[in-house]
Each structure stands twice: as structure tokens, then as C-alpha cells.
Design a protein around this ligand. Structure first.
Ligand code: SER
Length: 322
């Protein structure tokens, strides 16, 4: 049985990944780590232990790791790209300082460590179409700088100290459960909410802005499968390109309109998000993940759209205020 600590368990990824890990590794061994003001509720609270764990407090991480005999840490604490630009010092403190704390605790106590990287780890000078696994990474956002630093530091700890660090570069993640809040790819979630609420969507990015996106169930599976992968097959660790779909605002709008014929969209550009999106890849080449740990996505734009609309309709009827 694995004992796992999820740091950032109430966030965009953590709120779903923690429950999935509890399903896989059975109830009481998966600890939901949260910060003050973002306490777990509902199923997250009811299905297993929860502990306040601020990623900037290394002693506290170590205490919880000892208390539950933790074997693996999922480090999901982060500020997303647009929010990070407004608070670069905090983004570094959480993204790099927090990761350093996780690495040190993992080194001392023998934990495996998962820390997501992102399409945001690439920059303007990266080849934008079918971006290779190993290529130029010169991002000009603080989010990207923390991600590249994190990839390098995690690989360093694997080589130098034998810490079992692993990671994937997530595309924009789309889910009906927890809103992202503060990212550049958030529009691809918000657009579904507008469609289901019958509102006209104001798109912050211009037509032709292509980025990689992924439906949350695929992303969660990737986070589990990379940690379960046979280490003898891994030529890379931090971090693997993974991909499932790439689209621009016109393509996702047209897809939703097939299912919600009256849906309308207009453009109201956000210059910061546009600048960030323009610097990120249009699409990633995930051949290495496919070869080294059999990565394969299950959802495409059509199947994701059907599932998003079905589940969002149910959710918005049940919780109209969300
Ligand atoms: N979804 C993230 C963002 O937009 C990218 O990893 O900031």
C-alpha cells in the first residue's frame, strides 16, 4: 500500500487527483494537504485524512510525512501564469522554494516526488509546432521560469541524490469540477460555463491562438501512470511532454456550437494573456512519453465537449451559484 501526501489538494488538479488516488490506493493512506483559507470540503474531507501543509514550511511537510509514513508526495502547489505575473515573488517562493522543500524532505525521508511542469516552460524561441521533448526552454514569464527551474532541480536531485522525481508538462487543463483561476488557458474552461449558462462568451485570446489542451481525466491518469512507470524504461524524468488536442478559440467555439446552436462568442482581448499565449507552443510532440511509459490520451475535442456539457449542465442545476 502506498501512503501519499497531496500538497495543494483543494486546487484545480488536487481536488480531483486526491480522490482518484484514494480510489486507487485505498482510503486512509492518501492525505489531503491544504493551506489556511482553502480547507477541503465534501468528499475530499470525508474520504480520508486532511492536514494543513503550507509548502513554504519544510518542517511541517516533514512532520506530516513522518506522521503518515508517506512514500510519495504530489506537489501541486502553484500560482498559474497570469496571476504569477502579478505576484512574481510569491510565484518563485511557492514554485521554487516550495519545490526545494519537497525535494529536501523527499531526499531525507526517501519519498518519490511528482511536480507538474507545463507548456508554460517553453518560450518564444522554442519551435512552436510539434514542440520536441528536448528543445529550447527560455520562457519570459515567471511561471515558466519557475517551471524550468523546477525541471532542472528535480533532475539534479534524481541524479545527485537518487530521489525518485518524475513529472509531465501539462497542457491547459479542462474540467467541470474546480475552476483554474489565473491561468492563460482558463478561457477553454470558461467558454463551457458560458455555453451552459446561455451567456455570450467574451474570449480573451484572438483567433489563431493555438495551444495544447487536455481533459482532466487524461491529465489525472498521466499523473498516476508516470509515477507507476517502470524506472528502467525512463530516459527522461523532468519533464515529459504529453498531448491530446490543440485548438484555437474559433475551433473550440465551433465545436461547442455544434452542441449548443444558439451559443455566441465575441472577442475582448486580454493583452497579458495574449502575450503569454503567443510565447507558448501551438502543439507538443509527446513521442517520448508514448515510448517510455506508454502514454496515450483517451479524449479528443468532441468527446471532451460532450462530457463537459453533460456534466456542467448537471452541476449548474445542482449548484446554480457556482
Ligand atoms: N494552465 C496553465 C496556465 O494557463 C498552464 O500550465 O497558466
Amino acid at each position: 500500500m502506498k501512503n501519499i501526501l497531496v500538497i495543494g489538494s483543494t486546487g484545480q488538479i488536487g481536488s480531483e487527483l486526491t480522490l482518484k488516488l484514494r480510489d486507487i490506493y485505498s482510503g486512509p493512506s492518501v492525505v489531503a494537504g491544504y493551506i489556511k483559507g482553502a480547507e477541503p470540503k465534501g468528499a475530499l474531507l470525508e474520504t480520508g485524512p486532511a492536514e494543513e501543509v503550507d509548502i513554504t514550511d519544510a518542517a511541517r511537510i516533514a512532520e506530516v510525512v513522518d506522521k503518515y509514513k508517506i512514500d510519495a508526495i504530489y506537489n501541486l502547489a502553484a500560482l498559474l501564469s497570469a496571476v504569477a505575473e502579478a505576484k512574481p515573488q510569491l510565484a518563485w517562493k511557492i514554485g521554487v522554494g516550495g519545490l526545494y522543500n519537497c525535494l529536501e524532505v523527499s531526499r531525507e525521508k526517501g519519498c518519490a516526488l511528482f511536480t507538474p511542469s507545463s507548456i508554460g516552460s517553453f518560450g518564444l524561441s522554442t519551435p512552436h509546432v510539434k514542440t520536441p521533448q528536448d528543445t529550447v526552454q527560455r520562457p519570459d514569464t515567471i511561471y515558466g521560469v519557475t517551471k524550468v527551474t523546477g525541471e532542472l532541480l528535480s533532475d539534479y536531485y534524481a541524479k545527485r541524490f537518487g530521489v525518485d522525481t518524475r513529472s509531465v508538462r501539462f497542457p491547459g487543463l479542462i474540467s467541470y469540477t474546480t475552476l483554474p483561476g489565473g491561468g492563460t488557458t482558463d478561457y477553454a474552461v470558461d467558454i463551457y460555463y458560458s455555453a451552459v449558462r446561455g451567456e455570450k462568451f467574451k474570449c480573451p485570446l484572438k483567433p489563431g491562438t493555438f495551444m495544447d489542451m487536455m481533459y482532466m481525466p487524461d491529465a489525472l491518469r498521466a499523473a498516476v501512470e508516470i509515477m507507476e512507470a517502470d524506472p528502467s524504461r525512463l530516459k527522461h524524468r523532468n519533464s515529459f511532454n504529453i498531448a491530446s488536442m490543440s485548438f484555437d478559440p474559433e475551433i473550440i467555439y465551433a465545436k461547442i456550437k455544434e452542441h449548443v446552436p444558439g451559443f455566441e462568442m465575441e472577442y475582448e482581448l486580454d493583452p497579458l494573456r495574449q502575450r503569454i499565449a503567443d510565447s507558448w507552443p501551438d502543439s507538443l510532440d509527446d513521442t517520448c512519453a508514448r515510448e517510455e511509459w506508454d502514454w496515450k490520451p483517451e479524449y479528443d475535442l468532441e468527446s471532451m465537449t460532450v462530457d463537459m456539457l453533460t456534466n456542467l449542465r448537471k452541476k449548474l442545476i445542482a449548484e446554480p451559484a457556482t
